[in-house]
Design a protein around this ligand. Structure first.
Ligand SMILES: Cc1cc2nc3c(=O)[nH]c(=O)nc-3n(C[C@H](O)[C@H](O)[C@H](O)COP(=O)(O)OP(=O)(O)OC[C@H]3O[C@@H](n4cnc5c(N)ncnc54)[C@H](O)[C@@H]3O)c2cc1C
Length: 325
């Protein structure tokens, strides 16, 4: 079956906060715009509990905020393509080309807003027990740990916030941090320190996650994580902590698999942009968590989306590319 060819002024890859914001700005600039996602729209906020630092909403559920973003986006007529299996992306050609299982999108400009995913610990047991005691999403899996003991790994905002969230279910949450000072906001650290269910373990890194070897090898059975081996980086002392779950929140890696090598990226793979969100290839922009930026938050992703779409519009104008009506 021939694929349907669709033409746009702006194609946005990723329907998270950055992509949806870019879609609102592009559509309001009267550009023909498509937002394409491999899953449903909403991005990372769809998967966590509450946000307290998005201006205008002192406290709102992550999923609820995502829904509001999508409702707002729907109002201005950008087209939506959720659940797309993306085969390839060509950032070098003009027009830019995105090929999915069903469509070929040709677009004058492209905004990369595919966000980022959790960074892995890279220790034995992590891969084997993912889904059986190792989880990267407290909201998705926290309820499985009712009255159990879990370990959160990390010292940033996400680790501390998710640690606090897990106390809704778990009877004990260890927050294991490789230093004795935090990157996380002071207000969050104070809240965690005052929570009687949370115990901090400082200057410590995880070495290995333990559980049932049989389950790890066969992939079947109900066996799960039962402990984590830790090392104090100051004393080199190695200890084992008996726990039922491990939640690593040690940072993010960019979802750039489709575009690696086509544009300039930093040493971690994040896309390098200028202040207009323009990437190294003409007509290509990047917004949100996927780009090199000092702060990865919803509010900065939304701001990046606005800037990227505004400059995609300017790029079309300056290069005298007629828009698609
Ligand atoms: C547990 C947790 C708690 C957090 N708490 C807060 C908080 O309290 N406050 C705050 O401001 N921020 C918080 N953040 C960070 C915030 O969620 C991100 O900074 C923000 O979601 C970035 O938005 P984005 O649009 O750049 O990327 P994302 O939200 O990651 O969205 C990217 C979208 O792109 C899609 N996608 C991925 N790969 C592809 C592909 N190849 N092709 C097409 N689409 C693709 C994804 O499905 C997703 O919909 C938290 C993050 C986590 C993980």
């Amino acid at each position: 079956m021939d694929k349907k060819v669709l033409e746009y002024d702006v194609a946005i890859l990723g329907g998270g906060p950055a992509g949806l914001s870019a879609g609102v700005y592009a559509a309001r600039a009267a550009l023909k715009c498509a937002v394409i996602d491999i899953t449903m729209f909403g991005g990372q906020p769809s998967n966590y509990a509450d946000i307290e630092n998005y201006l205008g909403f002192p406290e709102i559920g992550g999923f609820e905020l995502s829904e509001k973003f999508e409702e707002h986006f729907n109002k201005f007529g950008a087209e939506k393509y959720p659940m797309q299996e993306i085969i390839s992306v060509n950032l070098i050609s003009n027009p830019k080309i995105i090929e999915t299982k069903e469509y070929i999108f040709k677009s004058k400009t492209i905004i990369l807003a595919m966000g980022a995913g959790p960074k892995k610990l890279g220790i034995p047991g992590e891969k084997e027990y993912t889904g059986r005691g190792v989880s990267y999403c407290a909201v998705c899996d926290g309820a499985f740990y009712k009255d159990k003991e879990v370990a959160v790994i990390g010292g940033g905002n996400t680790a501390v916030e998710e640690g606090i969230y897990l106390t809704r279910f778990a009877k004990k949450v260890y927050i294991i941090h490789r230093r004795d000072t935090f990157r996380a906001d002071k207000i969050l650290v104070k809240r965690a320190q005052e929570n009687p269910k949370i115990e901090f373990i400082y200057d410590t890194i995880p070495l290995e996650i333990h559980g049932s070897a049989a389950a790890a090898q066969t992939g079947i059975g109900g066996d799960k994580v039962n402990g984590i081996v830790l090392k104090n980086v100051k004393t080199d002392e190695v200890t084992k902590l008996n726990i039922d779950g491990v939640f690593p929140f040690i940072g993010v890696i960019p979802n750039t698999e489709l575009v690696n090598g086509q544009i300039k990226q930093d040493g971690y793979g994040f896309i390098l942009t200028d202040e207009r969100m323009a990437a190294s290839e003409a007509g290509v922009f990047a917004a949100g968590d996927i780009r090199t930026t000092p702060l990865r938050q919803v509010i900065t992703a939304v701001s990046d989306g606005a800037v990227s779409a505004s400059y995609a519009a300017k790029y079309i104008e300056e290069n005298a590319l007629s828009t698609i009506s």
